[in-house]
Design a protein around this ligand. Structure first.
Ligand code: AMP
Length: 388
């Protein structure tokens, strides 16, 4: 991990500065702060840093509202007076190349939004070689984009060697290794969210690795219907019943305990003000399951308390609406109170952790949504494969 002598060298650091931006105001600077350890490490060891990130979805066009200037300004305020943060108004135009050449040790250059260049997302060879020519060493610290083979994630590190993992990425890789390569057992996966179809590869992969799977969220109803339960008007993918059944059978074959909700908080409409009640077993017509019920919550709590390692992705219910947020909050709180190694990833699960203010009690909160899911699917990410 960053085992490299940066003294007198210029590092091209792929960071994730894709922050929420409204009228030039940064809504949440977590991602910028998360990149600081790597940036500061390089600067403090006599190096210079070129920061490259995408911001929003400009689709290969220059979009004034998505320029990196406010991000660079904020980075300057976080780094303080000791280091100067410069900006370029292009990704790899004349001003960017000149600024990179003139960059001195202890200075930072923030390139313009990578996705202003159409070649970024197509991994254009010319763009990659222009970017690679700016620096002496490549550092990947944007885990959230490592599942994409883009110019800045795959093209540049294929040319610019050594290509290293930054501190943030290193933490992500180690968290997965701790959960799946030589884990403390039992290992429990909590998988929720809307659809079975989005998580099927995850489930199939996890059945080879974990001891227990707790299923919640909308996807649970496809499993329950596959077991001949009635699910009322709950979210259900009728064309995935076979797959759900295959997962249940595979779990049994592999001696993995797969738990489904035994009771549900149901509502008569998808609304915060809907009539609600708790039902066990079958869900009657006209009612939809929008959260796990209290009996399920208690059972899942019990199965989590005895876990040594827990990986969580996806909410247990429609947690955005308060009446249906309790199952998801319960999982967040159990993990926070537990001494297990807890790894949480995916926008909604991380949001639930933050909403319950238990960030500091979770072992690892992943910075990647799509990248986290692809790691759970057992895939090798192109942005990680490209590293030395
Ligand atoms: P995903 O992106 O697949 O993790 O799904 C997250 C979404 O699933 C959230 O927006 C939740 O509101 C939604 N969700 C969770 N449980 C249910 C449910 N029982 N019925 C409908 N939507 C749900």
């Amino acid at each position: 991990m960053l085992d490299y002598d940066f003294d007198g060298k210029c590092a091209f650091v792929r960071v994730d500065f894709n922050v929420p931006l409204n009228d030039g105001i940064i809504g949440d600077d977590t991602r910028i702060r998360a990149a600081l350890p790597t940036i500061q490490h390089i600067l403090n060891h006599g190096g210079a840093v070129i920061c490259a990130s995408h911001l929003g979805r400009p689709n290969g066009q220059v979009v004034e509202a998505l320029r990196m200037a406010p991000v660079a300004e904020h980075l300057q305020s976080l780094l303080g007076d000791k280091h100067t943060v410069l900006t370029a108004t292009s990704v790899c135009g004349e001003d960017a190349i000149a600024a990179a050449e003139a960059l001195e040790a202890g200075e930072v250059l923030v390139l313009e939004n990578l996705r202003f260049e159409a070649g970024e997302t197509t991994n254009d060879a010319e763009l990659a070689s222009k970017l690679a020519a700016m620096a002496d060493v490549f550092v990947q610290d944007a885990f959230g984009t490592c599942h994409r083979a883009h110019a800045s994630t795959a093209g540049v590190p294929a040319i610019l060697k050594p290509a290293l993992a930054g501190m943030l990425l290193d933490k992500e890789i180690k968290a997965f290794a701790n959960a799946f390569e030589s884990p403390k057992r039992p290992v429990v996966a909590v998988i929720g969210g809307a659809k079975v179809s989005d998580k099927i590869v995850v489930l199939e992969n996890l059945l080879d690795k974990v001891d227990r799977v707790l299923i919640g969220g909308g996807m649970a109803y496809t499993f329950l219907k596959a077991q001949s339960k009635t699910v009322g008007s709950s979210l259900c993918e009728d064309d995935r019943l076979d797959i759900a059944l295959a997962v249940i059978n595979k779990a049994a074959d592999k001696n993995v305990e797969l738990l489904l909700p035994s009771d549900h908080l149901v509502a008569d409409s998808f609304s915060e003000t809907a009539n609600t009640k708790v039902v066990g077993g079958n869900i009657p017509d006209g009612w939809m399951g929008l959260d796990i019920g209290p009996e399920t919550t208690a059972l899942y709590r019990e199965r989590l308390v005895s876990a040594a390692t827990v990986v969580w992705n996806g909410p247990m219910g429609v947690f955005e609406l308060e009446p249906f947020s309790h199952g998801t909050s319960a999982i967040a709180k159990v993990l926070a109170d537990s001494n297990c190694l807890s790894i949480v990833g995916g926008g909604d699960s991380v949001a639930a952790i933050k909403k319950n203010k238990v960030e500091n009690s979770i072992s690892h909160i992943s910075t990647g949504g799509g990248a986290f899911l692809e790691m759970l699917e057992g895939k090798q990410l192109p942005g990680i494969l490209a590293l030395s």
